[in-house]
Design a protein around this ligand. Structure first.
Ligand code: TYM
Length: 334
């Protein structure tokens, strides 16, 4: 079993990232036996698809490292690194560009969403983004990839690229990875629109809860979250057609280790005037310790850089046999 996942270091870690992915990373790390390792990385090479200044990018990588450690990623047990420090990712991506098909990439919904109407004006990097993601996963022979629902299609593409490469070159080089997607929190929605996912690229900060938000900000964002005037039903089935309400109930259930049905049972007949303060209290209670650890870590640049440097050395070592195998399978001398 080999666990691997990544996150783009652009903007803050938000509740969607945390409940959709990072909580699972920590859980899987904690359940691993000591001689198998988890690999978690900051996808800074992917972040070139978003324009940022040099200073911003440098700051983002450190900030996200501090946030991941604050959430419970232990750099002594897991390999935590930034992609740019391990050139094998870019190298394998290039090799896989010979295998990936334009038709496959044309079907990627994230590309369509991010490129929007102006496809001709989108960067080539945004188009081949999923090939770099395939390289990230295949380099380490990952078997389990804990992600939110929005990454499922990229993982399917990774499997297609791996299968085609293995077949075309008559090798059994790449392992086919399985996405690990949490059932209840696969897709945390925006607080302003229950049909859009919570995202760091949403222009409104009120749409998301950042793991760095203070207690007052969290409470205010929950208070202002879009809801409807109906009371909560006694079972979750009664929330059909009420995406905002369903989202908030789902968040509450996950944070309290309960189920949406049980939460509806507990708040049945009550309106959001009663539910929202309860939700805010749970969020503040769960996020305050993470925020405190983040604040304690974030300015210690030397410590954060040391974590990433050590992680990159381990990652490069782990990636080498697969990278060598790929060059060799293709008849490229290194
Ligand atoms: P990114 O940085 O957009 O998000 C990081 C993780 O958070 C999950 N996520 C969510 N889950 C539930 N609800 C939401 N609203 C929500 N928003 C984000 C994402 O599904 C993801 O698991 N392409 C990836 C990074 C990446 C990667 C990889 C992941 C690069 N290489 C290899 C896995 C394996 C991305 O942009 O994630």
């Amino acid at each position: 079993m080999r666990v691997l996942s990544g996150i783009q270091p652009t903007g803050n870690l938000h509740l969607g990232n945390y409940l959709g992915a990072i909580r699972n990373w920590v859980r899987m790390q904690d359940e691993m036996d000591s001689d198998s390792r988890c690999f978690f990385f900051l996808a800074d090479m992917h972040s070139i698809t978003v324009h940022e200044t040099r200073e911003q990018r440098l700051a983002n990588v450190r900030d996200m490292t501090a946030a991941l450690v604050a959430c419970g990623i232990d750099p002594d047990r897991s390999v935590l690194f930034n992609q740019a420090r391990v050139p094998a990712h870019a190298e394998l991506c290039w090799l896989l560009n010979g295998t990936a098909r334009i038709g496959w990439l044309n079907r990627m919904t994230q590309f369509k969403d991010k490129a929007g109407k102006n496809r001709e004006g989108a960067s080539v990097g945004l188009f081949v983004y999923p090939v770099l993601q395939a390289a990230d996963v295949l380099l380490y022979q990952a078997t389990h990839v804990p992600v939110g629902e929005d990454q499922k299609q990229h993982l399917e593409l990774t499997r297609d690229i791996a299968t085609k490469f293995n077949t075309d070159f008559g090798v059994e080089l790449f392992t086919l990875p399985d996405p690990i997607i949490p059932k209840e929190t696969a897709r945390i929605m925006s607080l302003r629109d229950g049909t859009a996912k919570m995202s760091k690229s949403d222009p409104s900060d009120m749409s998301r809860i950042n793991l760095t938000d203070d207690d007052e900000t969290i409470t205010q964002k929950v208070r202002k979250a879009k809801t409807d005037p109906e009371p909560l039903p006694s079972e979750v089935a009664g929330l059909e057609g009420r995406p905002e309400a369903l989202n908030l109930v789902g968040i509450y259930a996950t944070l309290t280790g309960s189920t949406p049905d049980a939460v509806c049972g507990a708040f049945a007949g009550q309106g959001f005037g009663a539910f929202k303060p309860a939700l805010a209290e749970v969020l503040v209670d769960r996020l305050a310790p993470i925020r405190a650890r983040y604040i304690a870590l974030k300015d210690d640049h030397a410590a954060l850089d040391a974590i990433l440097e050590k992680g990159a050395a381990k990652a490069a070592q782990a990636a080498e046999p697969t990278l060598r195998g790929a060059y060799d399978a293709m008849g490229l001398m290194r």
